[in-house]
Design a protein around this ligand. Structure first.
Ligand code: AMP
Ligand code: DBH
Length: 539
């Protein structure tokens, strides 16, 4: 059932007893991603699947072009089950490349657009990919060849480095094929329970880890995400986060929109004015954001210049959304907020569209599948009751059982009974909504007192002159760690200093040990490639 080469590379499949349950309960079906597209092309034919600038693709066109591109790759020597690194900005051609790879049973490794040759080399080595496809938004970007020239990895074939410049028209950027190809010419044998692709763990520390997802598990999570987000053929969703990131690929992401027969509008940039223009022009109803982009948009001067009234739902995930920001999103955009807590490793939680504002603002919602198992444990791995804060662990029908080719890390990241240790801290409330309070490594230990940064941040944000804040622990000789607040003021003339911040917080009656020992004023934070605040880099 599993590919021998994957098992040899340290792929950890689902244990058979659980796999049987997921099949019997109808979670896992027999469809691969390419078969899913074939079905969509039949059902939604001329409806528009995706738009970017002046380019658009109907479902039928996407399907035909994917077959052409797959055939081109095959001629170039890419074989079934090969891993191929893929890097792309938010351009429409990326959909053709992804489904072109699927059409021949090859497997993309989704690198983020921001990854440089240092990360790419590591990913190439770990995955044993045979080559790289890179789409560029301009002639100034390094090509696949230039990136790959910077390193040498055994088996990383020199025969396949392809760069598509997507500024040219869609036709011109695609290989010109003389013969007509059909689905049957491609003959991919892959089955739904094989690895479909490798995602990367975003991680704010260290190099990305490879996450093997199967067609069956991923399509199941997409289908459930579509249900909970209410997507339908009329849906127009703006995709502004990097397309390769798991959040905007599947929760519900562009794949969710395709699954529902709706239309994805891609934005190459996250600039508020450009995104607002797209929302107005296409009457976009949904968008998925990380908190930092939500903040950027809310503080934009162009906010009132555009008609954003079509916007009905804003999904926010990827990092802790502070309740005060959640409230502003609801009020200022006049939308239903949907919090999404997920990870490329699998588990996804959503607040529901009919939840009360209280639940939507204060929690990260409910698990996607009734077969997701979530447990909160103490430091020794003992399960804790509801409302007790602890380590979040999970297993289920779409959560991996191990990283690809990383046996050592797997021993640390998974429990003996197959739960993934998320590294997140939080609790389940009485209605089983999950609340994420932070990351294990973020927690500050100041003379033995444990401080959750998000709690202190929430207080500091109440200060009228502060736009954003990030609280971290820094090493301290006598305290172990001291608390540092890194602050972005609303204006240049802010008069913010440690003394008045301390004074402000004392007036809120918070415990004195939670009050920052140090502040730093900055113009902006450092972010990861997907726009999460990079706490490690801030220290
Ligand atoms: P990644 O490695 O990029 O897949 O990131 C997954 C991690 O992002 C999770 O384990 C959490 O630490 C964090 N995360 C994702 N969504 C949320 C959320 N809504 N609230 C808090 N943290 C989140
Ligand atoms: O941060 C994430 O990785 C993430 C957030 C929300 C994710 O992978 C997801 C939803 O699926």
């Amino acid at each position: 059932m599993f590919l021998e080469q994957d098992i040899q590379q340290g792929y950890v499949p689902f244990p058979e007893s659980r796999a049987r349950q997921y099949r019997e309960q109808g979670c896992w079906q027999s469809q691969t991603h390419f078969q899913m597209l074939a079905d969509l092309a039949l059902r939604y034919t001329d409806r528009i699947a995706a738009i970017q600038d002046d380019k658009q693709l109907s479902y039928q066109q996407l399907y035909r072009l994917a077959i052409h591109y797959g055939s081109y790759l095959k001629q170039k020597g890419v074989r079934e089950t090969d891993f191929v690194l893929l890097q792309s900005p938010n351009v429409i051609e990326v959909f053709i490349v992804i489904f072109g790879l699927y059409a021949i049973g090859a497997r993309p490794v989704f690198c983020l657009h921001g990854h440089g040759s240092y990360e790419i080399e590591n990913i190439a080595r770990q995955s044993r990919a045979v080559g790289m496809i890179k789409l560029c938004a301009s002639d100034n970007e390094p090509t696949a060849s230039e990136i790959c020239d910077a390193f040498s990895v055994p088996n990383f074939n020199l025969w396949f480095r392809d760069t598509l410049i997507s500024q040219h028209s869609l036709e011109a950027s695609l290989p010109q094929l003389k013969q007509v190809v059909s689905e049957s010419d491609l003959q991919a044998q892959s089955t739904a329970e094989d690895i479909a692709f490798l995602q990367l763990s975003g991680g704010t520390t260290g190099l990305p880890k490879l996450i093997p997802r199967t067609h069956a598990d991923y399509i199941y999570s997409i289908k459930k995400s579509v249900e909970v987000t209410g997507l339908n053929p009329e849906t127009k969703q703006l995709v502004v986060l990097p397309v390769m990131h798991n959040f905007c690929m599947s929760s519900p992401g562009f794949l969710g929109v395709f699954y529902a027969g709706g239309t994805v509008i891609l934005s190459r940039v996250l600039h508020p004015r450009i995104c607002f223009e797209l929302i107005e022009k296409y009457k976009i109803q949904q968008v998925s954001l990380v908190p930092a982009i939500a903040t950027l948009w809310l503080n934009s001067e162009s906010l009132t210049d555009y008609d954003l009234s079509s916007l009905a739902v804003v999904q926010v995930g990827g990092a802790k959304l502070l309740p005060s920001l959640a409230e502003q999103i609801i009020k200022i955009f006049n939308v239903k907020l949907q919090q999404v807590y997920g990870m490329a490793e699998g588990l996804v939680n959503f607040t529901h569209l009919d939840d009360t504002d209280q639940i939507t603002i204060q929690t990260q919602g409910k698990k996607l599948s009734h077969l997701d198992e979530i447990r909160i444990t103490d430091h020794d791995g003992q399960a804790l009751p509801n409302n007790a804060i602890g380590h979040i662990q999970t297993r289920g029908p779409y959560t991996i059982n191990g990283y690809y080719n990383l046996a050592e890390i797997n021993r640390r990241s998974f429990t003996e009974d197959g739960f993934y240790k998320t590294g997140d801290i939080g609790y389940l409330d009485d209605e089983l909504n999950i609340v994420v309070t932070g990351r294990e490594k973020e927690q500050i230990n100041r003379s033995g007192e444990k401080i959750t940064p998000s709690e202190v941040e929430e207080f500091i944000l109440q200060h009228p002159r502060i736009k954003d804040v990030c609280v971290i622990g820094v090493r301290d000789e006598s305290l172990g760690e001291r608390i540092k607040a890194i602050i972005i003021p609303k204006t240049e003339h802010h008069e913010i200093n440690l003394k008045n911040i301390r004074h402000f917080l004392m007036s809120k009656n918070i415990s004195h040990f939670k009050i920052p020992d140090e502040i730093e004023i900055v113009a902006d934070f450092k972010y990861t490639h997907v726009g999460k605040v990079n706490r490690k880099e801030l220290g």
